[in-house]
Design a protein around this ligand. Structure first.
Ligand code: F6R
Length: 614
């Protein structure tokens, strides 16, 4: 939520910052702004809307500067307009600041500063922090960096900030707490700062992931200095970035979402590469090896997550309980953290998060840690906050996911959960050797089966055409296909703005059935397996109310074929692995419907990919 980029060095800052902002636009696109420092002073340009609006608004003559800060906003305090856009500057125009996060005690600080004579132009908490730094700088006669440090000691909340100042033209000052910030060390004594590594990767691979309550000063003469908020100097831990530039481009696809849907045969394979060998009959997740014994003995495992990642957790619950006979609870991180949950040292808490930065998931994990639980992570973004605070974990290796709607990250999370469940089942002896080996072979075959479904894209597009005008939609599934129904509904609503609900198929008759008429598309996952007959009955109930039925069925199905308006065949697989296949047509249906409705699928309204505020 909100993306920040900054540069100082010998290059022109403007193109670096604008390109970086475009890479970070997934974090918010309510407005964009930039402050550039050159020998004539500090110039600020900001505009409501996307980064391209800012570019149109900035003339060539304005684009000069060896240092600058840029911001793309997801509005929290105050509506998206030019005035509330970042950067915010002090009244005398000496300092400008960009911020990702929320200053919770901004109101009290604002009152105090107002009493001291400050006049606020915007509704934002960020302007309050800017004025606070300015106030401290002037009244205590300290440097900008020291004023930043003292100001942050008064702040309650989350922040990643970068401050630029006319009176300190050789420096940028950056700090973070609970919002991510990566610092790139360039080859020519130049420095980059950004919310994630994507704006940095093409200039340098040497990065420092800043820790909570660290302040970095990057200086053209003195290089990088890192301090704690208590003013203790620290040694930066420089890491090598593994990110590849090509992963950040659309690669010929019309949208990142479509590219990421089509990447799934590869991303699922990357996820189990080196972790599974069907021929030799083993599965091994190196990252959690030392915790597997504890996991098998745990009374329960709690999975915490938000959104799509929470749906992956629900699939995990079926897998862990059925295969490894371990009791699992799946919790919304935002509810868990405020519920005074009963947790102790015997509990294992697994956080599932694509970004590894989701504020609620992070806070829930910290709560569990403070109560002595073992905390594990399943994250996609390497080096993210969650991956760093957990005791151990497994990366999903899906590669950068740029489309705001999560697709390949979901299937990768489900793949990791499947590997974990199989590994634990094997250790516990709750799965027999034949079943274990069959499942490993089936899992190895999943990427190729996903490809077979992707090859039906044109047929799925034709079905999508029929439902592009729908106002509501229902998604039904049973067993581990119930979370797939939830995920299908979320995908449709978030990118096409069609109201959609996911339900366990049998629950339909307890309420939602009242909604069904000839205008209601009902998407049902009706693959072969133990619940098939029950599903067929549910499907009949929909049909009897004239609902339009779109069913995901197993190849060779005849019964549902007869009843449904449309069927999409998926290859046969082990029932535990159905979510990995059944999700794919639902992703494609949502994608096509949203494109046909002229929606911005990669950047849906009001959303941001990395939700770093509560
Ligand atoms: C939906 C979506 C969100 C995220 C949620 C959690 O397509 O992307 O619901 O799943 O915001 O994000 P992470 O996984 O980064 O913690």
């Amino acid at each position: 939520m909100c993306g920040i980029v900054a540069y100082i060095g010998k290059k022109e800052a403007y193109p670096i910052i604008v390109k970086g902002l475009k890479r970070l636009e997934y974090r918010g696109y309510d407005s964009a702004g930039i402050a550039l420092l050159n020998n004539n002073g500090l110039n600020i340009y900001k505009k409501q809307g996307k980064v391209s609006n800012l570019e149109d608004f900035t003339h060539d003559k304005d684009k000069m500067g060896y240092a600058g800060i840029g911001h793309t906003r997801w509005a929290t305090h105050g509506p998206p307009n030019d005035v509330n856009s970042h950067p915010h500057s002090s009244e005398d125009g000496d300092i400008a600041l960009i911020h990702n996060g929320i200053i919770e005690n901004y109101d009290a600080i604002k009152q105090r500063l107002t009493n001291n004579g400050y006049k606020f132009k915007s509704d934002t908490d960020t302007e309050v922090l800017t004025y606070l730094i300015d106030d401290i700088k002037k009244n205590s006669s300290v440097s900008v960096a020291e004023a930043v440090r003292l100001a942050l000691q008064q702040v309650v909340g989350a922040y990643a900030i970068v401050v630029i100042s006319k009176s300190n033209p050789n420096q940028l000052v950056a700090a973070r707490k609970s919002s991510p910030l990566v610092l790139g060390i360039g080859k020519e004594n130049d420095f980059y700062l950004a919310s994630d590594a994507t704006p940095i990767v093409e200039y340098t691979k040497k990065v420092v992931y800043m820790e909570d309550e660290e302040i970095a000063i990057v200086d053209l003469d003195e290089g990088l200095k890192l301090y704690s908020i208590d003013d203790v100097e620290k040694t930066p831990y420089v890491q090598e970035l593994e990110l590849q530039l090509e992963a950040l481009e659309k690669g010929g696809y019309e949208h990142f979402m479509l590219k990421e849907i089509h990447e799934q045969p590869r991303s699922i394979k990357d996820c189990f590469r080196g972790r599974l060998n069907a021929e030799k009959g083993w599965v091994s997740l190196g990252g959690i090896k030392d915790y597997e014994d504890k996991m098998t003995k745990a009374n329960r495992i709690i999975m915490i997550a938000c959104g799509t990642s929470w749906h992956a957790g629900l699939v995990g619950e079926y897998l862990f309980e059925d295969l490894a006979r371990i009791n699992v609870e799946v919790e919304y991180a935002s509810e868990f953290r405020y519920r005074n949950p009963i947790i102790n040292e015997n509990d294992i808490v697994i956080a599932i998060s694509q970004s590894g930065e989701t504020a609620d998931t992070l806070a829930a994990l910290e709560l569990a840690k403070s109560k002595g639980a073992t905390i594990l992570g399943i994250c996609n973004v390497v080096g993210s906050s969650i991956s760093r605070i957990t005791d151990a974990g497994s990366y999903t290796h899906a590669g950068p996911e740029i489309g705001v709607a999560s697709t390949k990250a979901f299937t990768a999370q489900v793949t990791v959960l499947t590997l974990m469940a199989l590994s634990l089942a094997k250790i516990k002896g709750t799965i027999n050797e034949t079943k274990f080996r069959t499942m490993l072979s089936e899992l190895e075959a999943i990427p190729q089966k996903v490809q077979q479904i992707l090859d039906k894209n044109e047929d799925i597009k034709i079905i999508s055409e029929k439902y592009q005008g729908a106002s509501n939609a229902l998604y039904l599934g049973r067993g581990s296909s119930f979370p797939v129904a939830l995920e299908g509904a979320l995908k449709l609503k978030e990118i096409s703005y069609i109201h959609a609900e996911g339900y366990p198929a049998a629950e339909m008759k307890h309420g939602p059935i009242a909604l069904i008429d000839e205008a209601m598309p009902v998407f049902v996952i009706a693959t072969s397996g133990p619940s098939y007959e029950k599903l067929v009955s549910n499907i009949q109930e929909v049909k009897a109310r004239k609902g339009k039925l779109i069913a995901i069925v197993t190849e060779g199905d005849e019964q549902v074929h007869e009843i449904a308006d449309h069927t999409i065949d998926i290859p046969d697989t082990d029932e535990h692995l159905v979510p990995l296949l059944a999700t794919i047509p639902l992703q494609l249906l949502s994608y096509h419907i949203a494109v046909m409705r002229n929606c911005n699928v990669d950047q849906p309204r009001n959303l941001a990919k990395s939700v770093t505020v509560e």
